[in-house]
Design a protein. Structure first.
Length: 212
């Protein structure tokens, strides 16, 4: 049986059994961290936006860092889809490396757009926050994550993938391109050509990197 599909953080949070004050803190933190940055947001700001006391925040989260990690961790964990059967059925229909990459870029871009606030936080904190980098590193190196092994096998079956490309490389390359595009769309939109063309260009860049 497929697990509940993680579409976006807000919907996922609504389904979680936790006190309303804790949920309110997480939603407010995600909004403020994405708008003003982690360093530019205080727990007082979060408490005010959430309609709770600062003491309530520290009841559920020991530090502001813990609060931020509680926002980004579920999104990172679901960067690769949990609806395995549906996703791999789509992958299996792609017969070339290019169409396979394009399918995955398009699918995961939809996920990123649905979680834009959290992904903006991840993109900003990857540059400066050791805990966020460690979480990302675990994502791309966890050998128990069967999804990556299955995905790599599909890519290998095209006969076009470079022999030295491993599952972790695919994650880094695709995630880097997608997150970079999101940052660009927010801070330098004048460089974009339109979503369809940009995703095609991204596909071509990834294929040039991983193809024999």
């Amino acid at each position: 049986m497929e697990p509940n599909i993680f579409v976006n953080y807000r919907d996922w949070l609504e389904q979680q059994k936790m006190p309303k004050g804790k949920k309110a803190a997480l939603v407010a933190a995600m909004t403020l961290f994405s708008e003003n940055g982690f360093d530019g947001t205080s727990t007082v700001d979060v408490a005010k936006a959430a309609g709770i006391s600062q003491a309530t925040i520290f009841k559920y989260f020991h530090t502001k860092q813990d609060l931020m990690l509680a926002v980004v961790r579920p999104v990172m964990a679901h960067f690769f889809p949990q609806y395995r059967d549906e996703f791999f059925a789509g992958i299996a229909k792609q017969k070339t490396l290019t169409t396979m990459v394009h399918f995955m870029v398009t699918d995961r871009y939809a996920f990123i757009k649905g979680n834009e606030e959290a992904v903006k936080i991840i993109a900003m904190e990857l540059m400066t926050n050791a805990d966020v980098r460690q979480l990302f590193g675990k994502l791309v190196s966890d050998n128990d994550f069967d999804f990556l092994g299955e995905l790599l096998q599909y890519f290998r079956e095209t006969g076009e993938l470079r022999d030295d490309i491993e599952a972790a490389d695919l994650v880094r390359i695709m995630a880097g391109q997608l997150i970079g595009y999101l940052v660009q769309s927010n801070y330098a939109p004048f460089l974009l050509h339109g979503q369809e063309k940009d995703l095609q260009l991204m596909t071509e860049q990834i294929v040039r990197t991983i193809k024999k």
